[in-house]
Design a protein around this ligand. Structure first.
Ligand code: DC
Length: 221
């Protein structure tokens, strides 16, 4: 039987970092569902497919191959056999991913993919709708939050590390726009599951959040 930890929260709340560290510490497979939406978005950009070109999107989804691979510290993301780990974090994808993730056909396809990846495994899965839609019966559900200003600051620092120049203003605008789209969309919006534990990480360090979550998981095992 598999054990599932669901971590949901807005852009920049620290889900990626925290999920990776908790997963490593407790031996849980780390699944970043945002990367799957980013892959579809990148594939659409590469083929110049617009958001309303439903037939073309359907065709693309029929053949798309998305693979997530964890290599030690690194997460590699493959789109149709190409390593797109860096490309999926670029501005063009950031700006287009929220509208793409509102599409029903995209969500249906990725829901199936996400459930398949986790099947029979012990996983820690991060996203927006894991505790509400992908795994409503997850063993542990966490909603990780932080203020938009703090999340924008974190985004700027992350981007500097990756060599992507971003101003605080740009990051804050992006965080706010994505919050709005992610939480107001009709299908599987970003929402705290009723039984999710709420953690506000604004004034917490990464080790503090990791400690707290590991403790909760250990208790639920
Ligand atoms: O976590 P992230 O920033 O990489 O996610 C990118 C986008 O994908 C985000 O703006 C909304 C969408 N997403 C989603 O709709 N559902 C998920 N489970 C994960 C991400």
């Amino acid at each position: 039987m598999s054990f599932v930890v669901a971590i949901d929260g807005p852009a920049g709340s620290g889900k990626g970092t925290i999920t990776k560290l908790v997963g490593e510490r407790l031996g849980l497979l780390n699944i970043d569902t945002g990367a799957t939406f980013r892959c579809v978005t990148l594939a659409m950009l590469k083929q110049n497919i617009k958001i309303d070109e439903t037939e073309k999107i359907k065709k693309l989804l029929e053949t798309i191959k998305i693979e997530l691979e964890r290599k030690g510290e690194e997460q590699k993301v493959w789109l149709n056999g190409e390593d797109v780990s860096v490309q999926i974090r670029e501005k063009a994808v950031n700006d287009f991913v929220s509208p793409v993730s509102t599409l029903k056909i995209v969500r249906e396809k990725l829901l199936e993919l996400q459930r398949n990846i986790a099947q029979g495994k012990n996983v820690i899965m991060e996203g927006r709708d894991i505790g509400t839609t992908v795994f409503p019966d997850a063993n542990v559900k966490i909603y990780l939050d932080a203020t938009p200003e703090e999340r924008a600051k974190r985004r700027v620092l992350q981007n500097i590390e990756k060599g992507i120049p971003t101003t605080y203003h740009e990051a804050l605008e992006n965080v706010k726009a994505r919050d709005k789209m992610d939480s107001e969309r009709e299908l599987a919006p970003l929402k705290r599951a009723e039984d999710a534990i709420y953690i506000d990480s604004t004034r917490m360090t990464i080790p503090e959040v990791v400690e707290k979550i590991c403790h909760m998981i250990e208790r639920a095992k």
